[in-house]
Design a binder for this molecule. Structure first.
Ligand code: MN
Ligand code: MN
Length: 466
């Protein structure tokens, strides 16, 4: 009798599927590797708060590994290690493999390096009631009320009248000043707190405080603005008109930090999607491959992948074609044989908001990087729904290398939804599926991820390149 029960238990465990917590299955050595890998990731996060900075940081890491810059038309041979910069805002890091491109295609990992933030308007500067402000226009999907009453840093570039480009980065060094968006005190917040979330703080209230010291000699009402303009002129050679040709962003000034007594988790600005971009980058930098492999770190995903630096730009297709031509291969055949992981984050199941999720098909924290067969909203609208065959193929790649991974969809059916760059790659006739790290508090100024999932994502990419 006991024997029969034992056999049934064994048989059940053979037949049934259960997610595994990567921390639980990891050896001591693996756990050490997870924590060590996270240190490099945190350093990357702190150096790369905008797409321009992420692009620069990626190039620095690539150069340290012997990768050199590629331009359209350059000859290519097997073994080449290259990076291609697109307008300083996106970068493709790639290795040329030994396998035949027309037969085996390329292995692509596509992630994005832009993140939600608060951009400065083109005519932003004014003073009012003892404070000087910059007017803003937010970028990407944010809960506006989350961006008040936290320290903000200012990042970006200003192109001066004569064409000189000045890089701006203030608020990251502990000795730097930071910036601030005001909120209303609770004592007077009665009416505010009756508003719906989207209206607690409205777009035109996201004004960033940048000064408070009046210049006594200047005209009344312009005294603090004068001090600020004088500072900007001395520091950057800027006049007020130069804001017209500037790209400045207010981003959270917090550095990436370990979360929890056990340091298992990481809090940071912009995990979405650097938690996929960094593993994609480091997989291509660290691992040799017989395949031609590309880590694509692109811009503008948060606003629809538009423009010359977003995934919909023809430049990425052009690059793949240039690589094919340089290696004597027909691009149409190459892309048909290629495979892509669209690597973007997904929502981690959060027990504090259980009602937003369907638990069985949610990404569980620390259960590994997460495959989403489809994204989109409502009836899978706007989604690249990967085929069972391709999912099966990627599944075998991961299982062969012992990768701990899971599948999920973003939230419960009709709960909302989201998209990624997957469909744009799939539209090129490239088999594509979404794979990325589960995130808690996605798009908040400070998001949370698990070190196990970060490392699992890296191992998944390495398996995909084999
Ligand atoms: Mn994303
Ligand atoms: Mn996002």
């Amino acid at each position: 009798m006991a024997d029969k029960k034992e056999r049934a238990k064994e048989r059940y465990s053979e037949l049934a599927y259960e997610k595994k917590n990567f921390f639980e299955t990891a050896s001591k050595k693996e756990r050490k590797a997870m924590y060590a890998y996270a240190e490099g990731y945190k350093a990357f996060l702190d150096a790369a708060k905008t797409e321009r900075e992420a692009c620069e940081a990626a190039v620095a890491l690539a150069e340290a590994k012997g990768f050199t810059e590629y331009h359209f038309g350059d000859p290519l041979v097997a073994g080449d290690k290259k990076y291609f910069i697109n307008r300083g805002k996106s970068v493709v890091v790639f290795r040329i493999g030994t396998r035949d491109l027309e037969t085996d295609g390329m292995r692509l990992i596509a992630s994005h390096i832009d993140a939600p933030r608060v951009d400065i308007k083109q005519v932003p500067l004014y003073e009012d009631s003892g404070m000087c402000f910059l007017k803003t226009h937010y970028y990407g999907g944010i809960k506006k009320y989350q961006w008040t009453a936290i320290p903000l840093a200012l990042h970006g570039v200003v192109v001066l009248k004569d064409g000189t480009r000045m890089d701006v980065k203030i608020g990251e060094d502990p000795k730097d000043p930071v910036f601030y968006i005001n909120d209303l005190l609770p004592h007077l917040g009665g009416e505010q707190m009756t508003k719906t979330g989207g209206k607690i703080i409205e777009g035109e209230q996201l004004n960033v405080v940048v000064g408070g010291l009046p210049n006594a000699d200047a005209e009344a009402g312009k005294r603090i603005k004068f001090t600020v303009l004088d500072y900007l002129n001395k520091e950057y050679g800027m006049c007020e008109e130069d804001f017209l040709s500037a790209e400045l962003s207010a981003v959270p000034a917090f550095p990436a930090r370990d979360i929890g007594f056990d340091r298992a988790l990481i809090g940071a600005y912009g995990h979405d999607d650097r938690v996929c971009a960094y593993p994609a980058l480091t997989a291509v930098l660290n691992e040799e491959s017989e395949h031609t492999v590309l880590a694509m770190l692109v811009d503008k995903e948060e606003i629809g992948s538009e423009g010359t630096t977003g995934m919909q730009s023809k430049i990425y297709e052009d690059l793949m074609e240039e690589i094919s031509v340089a290696l004597g291969a027909n691009f149409r055949r190459v892309r048909y044989a290629s495979k892509c992981l669209s690597s973007d984050v997904t929502a981690a199941y959060d027990p504090n908001f259980a009602g937003a999720f369907e638990k069985m098909n949610s990404a569980m924290l620390s259960c590994g990087t997460c495959m989403s067969k489809f994204t989109g909203s409502r009836g899978k609208s706007g989604s690249n729904d990967a085929s069972a065959e391709f999912v099966g193929e990627v599944r075998r790649m991961f299982d062969k290398e012992g990768v701990i991974w899971q599948t999920a969809e973003l939230g419960k059916v009709d709960g909302g939804g989201g998209g990624t760059v997957a469909k744009f790659l799939a539209n090129l006739n490239i088999d594509t599926v979404d794979l990325g790290v589960p995130v808690i508090s996605m798009h908040a100024p400070w998001e949370l991820i698990s070190k196990a999932d970060l490392y699992s994502n890296y191992l998944a990419f390495v398996a995909f390149m084999k």
